[in-house]
Design a protein around this ligand. Structure first.
Ligand code: PMP
Length: 391
């Protein structure tokens, strides 16, 4: 390795440019490192320097916990991208959208202190779904709400029960990148649009659900800064979500809000120019999908979800698919645990079982660094090439 410096575990040599043979590909996490080269190019413009005396207060000088300036810039970003209707909606910040998962379930549930308390709300999602909906809801469930499982089960039980449903609808979905709509009629919907940005999907029209969830983690890649926001139409629901964040953490980190303001400013300043972050992101992600698809298309052992090119209002043209995740299916009878089958080929993924789906499926993250992706393609290529020897 370089003196005083560690190479990525799959690389070696004085410039960290020599591949360690047969290195395991880790495609587990949704770390959005594919955007790191973009921010390296904009290092100076996006930097924030904060002197030690600055921002000691819990609140801003206006006595608020949320920066109005950041709110306005996020609204501007949605308008410019055309992915969400922001007029007539309130914005509530949280420590990542992870915190807002529970804030929104709380805000949409019947008030436990109300005189004639209603039965707890039943929180559901359609499999395969993002696991924290279950783990977060199950961790806190009780008087106001409880985790009820998949919409498939809820649909069967619905007629027997009068309590209300809260349905998580993730569009595009994590893990399979498909666009989703609510399944239960009349349920309160939390529309999680973490991936509804032009890096990952075509933008057909601005999303306009009553309760929407967004995060900085996926459009800008600043997952570690932990900033998420909810767009909420109803004033009372917005107030309950806001109060949840106040009682939980006294407002989203003000350091984070300051840093994210600079990040959004850089994104806005470059939209539709040479350095458009979405053009960059889409280009990286579609190239990855194209390369992975080319390798997997030669396989009879594994397959990928199908995604078609679609017209995108942001790019004003038909764009190629560029999902954040590959939802891999193992086709062979004996590979009923697809996670294990890929692990044997030195590829670490996330089993479909965690998403309340069949273990015949497993999720492969395509969001990580270029190095991570190169190692992934190498291991998948080995796996597919080995099939021909097996025959
Ligand atoms: N929703 C979905 C669908 C996600 O995939 C993620 C991150 N993987 C989140 C919410 C949470 O992201 P964060 O807490 O970083 O905002």
């Amino acid at each position: 390795g370089r003196p005083g410096c560690e190479c990525n575990r799959c690389f070696d040599g004085p410039h960290c440019s020599i591949r360690t043979p047969n290195c395991t590909a880790d495609a587990t996490s949704g770390d959005p490192l594919f955007l790191e080269p973009y921010w390296k190019r904009h290092a100076a413009a996006s930097a924030v320097l904060v002197p030690g005396w600055h921002r000691l207060s819990y609140a801003t000088t206006d006595g608020l916990f949320q920066s109005v300036e950041l709110e306005n810039h996020i609204r501007r970003l949605h308008r410019a991208v055309g992915n969400a209707v922001v007029d007539g909606k309130r914005l509530v910040f949280g420590a990542g959208s992870t915190q807002l998962i529970n804030a929104l379930v709380h805000a949409l549930s019947p008030d436990a202190n109300a005189a004639a308390a209603s039965p707890p709300a039943r929180v559901v999602a359609t499999a395969p779904y993002y696991p924290p909906y279950r783990t977060q809801t199950a961790m806190f469930d009780g008087r106001e709400y409880r985790w009820e499982g998949t919409t498939a089960a809820a649909w069967a039980n619905a007629s027997r029960n009068s309590s209300s449903f809260i349905e998580f609808v993730t569009s595009p979905n994590n893990p399979d990148a498909l666009l989703r709509a609510p399944v239960l009629r009349g349920s309160a919907v939390i529309a999680d649009h973490a991936y509804y940005w032009p890096h990952f999907t075509h933008i057909a029209a601005p999303a306009d659900e009553d309760v929407m969830l967004f995060t900085m983690s996926k459009p800008s890649g600043h997952a570690g800064s932990r900033l998420g926001w909810a767009l909420i139409r109803d004033e009372k629901v917005a107030k309950r979500a806001y109060e949840y964040v106040q009682s939980s953490i006294m407002g989203a980190s003000r350091d984070t809000q300051l840093r994210m303001l600079e990040i959004v400013k850089v994104m806005l300043a470059n939209l539709h120019g040479e350095e458009d972050i979405f053009a960059f992101g889409h280009d990286v992600m579609r190239t990855r999908w194209r390369r992975l698809s080319a390798v997997v298309s030669r396989s009879r052992r594994i397959s990928l979800q199908r995604i078609n090119p679609q017209y995108c209002t942001y790019f004003n043209r038909v764009r190629e698919p560029s999902p954040a995740y590959a939802w891999v299916k193992c086709e062979r009878e004996e590979d009923d645990d697809c996670y294990e089958a890929l692990l044997k080929a030195r590829i670490i993924t996330r089993s479909g079982a965690g998403y309340d789906a069949s273990s015949r499926y497993t999720r492969v993250s395509l969001l990580k660094s270029d190095d991570d992706f190169e190692v992934l393609v190498e291991r998948v290529t080995d796996l597919v090439n080995a099939e021909n020897y097996d025959d």
